[in-house]
Design a protein around this ligand. Structure first.
Ligand SMILES: [Zn+2]
Length: 275
């Protein structure tokens, strides 16, 4: 082999190796944080008249719990038992979880189990002690304490292996239709603080789950996409980020059912089905 063809061969091997390495990094999501971040914004909703509104009650749907934003030891998780089990969940997540579980049983011929849902502040202290800070959240900073998050599995496929199962694949691409999100998507540790957890689903409800899942967002990015007092439209819904408990709403929704959730960052998100 002459020098020229040897150099050519080395270059070819190098190009192949670099392509493979980049491909692998892209696949694992490690490159995502170096790619330009896409700016997510919902379309603004146009209205003219407003009325003053004060929420009578709040739903827990959009409470943000992460390494930065924590909840108190005595946070009201509104716990109820899931169907005829001893599994405690936030009452708002029970029916949606049941629908997801029923679909799996009826159409995928498998049974999805919950390995962990509600964890108290004290439980989290113990988990942190056992697993360490790399994988476990600090007490008050685990969204399991809200009762809105579940760790799920099927027989033979738990943890990371969940995504290799038919149920895991279904849950990871369709959970938005049931009001759930994959809370820690692949390659988003820079935003969520956690590596990919295909088994950890979090209830946020409609239309938020649909928006987050179809746009490949994290809960952090979704909540960060709203400007105060503006109303945004998504399908049949309008959504707004408000600052205080008394605010102005578009007059045409005054007689409709309006939902409001504390986002745990000091703000309130309100939404309403307009059609
Ligand atoms: Zn979890």
């Amino acid at each position: 082999m002459n020098t020229k063809s040897r150099v050519l061969m080395i270059i070819t091997i190098a190009v192949v190796l670099i392509t493979l390495a980049l491909g692998y990094l892209y696949y694992t999501g490690a490159l995502k944080k170096y790619l330009p971040k896409k700016e997510f914004k919902l379309e603004e909703y146009q209205y003219t008249d407003t009325v003053i509104y004060s929420p009578k009650e709040y739903v827990p749907n959009l409470v943000l719990v992460n390494n930065e934003w924590g909840i108190d030891r005595d946070y009201d998780s509104q716990l109820e038992y899931y169907r005829d089990t001893d599994v405690l969940m936030n009452k708002y997540a029970i029916e949606p979880y049941g629908q997801l579980s029923d679909y799996i049983k009826e159409n995928l011929n498998d049974k999805m189990f919950v390995s962990s849902t509600y964890r108290s502040y004290e439980d989290q202290e113990r988990v942190l002690g056992e697993e360490g800070e790399e994988v476990a959240a600090k007490p008050g900073h685990s969204e399991h304490q809200t009762g809105l998050a579940m760790d799920v599995y099927v027989k033979y496929h738990a943890g990371m292996g969940f995504i290799d199962s038919e149920v895991g694949k279904y849950v990871n691409s369709h959970c938005g239709e049931y009001g759930f999100i994959i809370r820690y998507p692949q390659g988003r540790k820079d935003v969520t603080g956690f590596d990919y957890e295909p088994w950890h689903i979090r209830y946020v409800g409609h239309p938020h789950s649909d928006i987050i899942m179809s746009n490949d967002l994290t809960l952090e990015e979704y909540l960060g996409s709203f400007e105060w007092f503006k109303w945004y439209q998504y399908g049949d819904y309008i959504i707004s980020l408000q600052k205080k408990s008394l605010f102005e709403i578009p007059a045409e929704i005054a007689d409709k059912e309006i939902f409001c959730s504390d986002d745990n960052r000091g703000d309130i998100i309100c939404w309403c089905k307009i059609k």
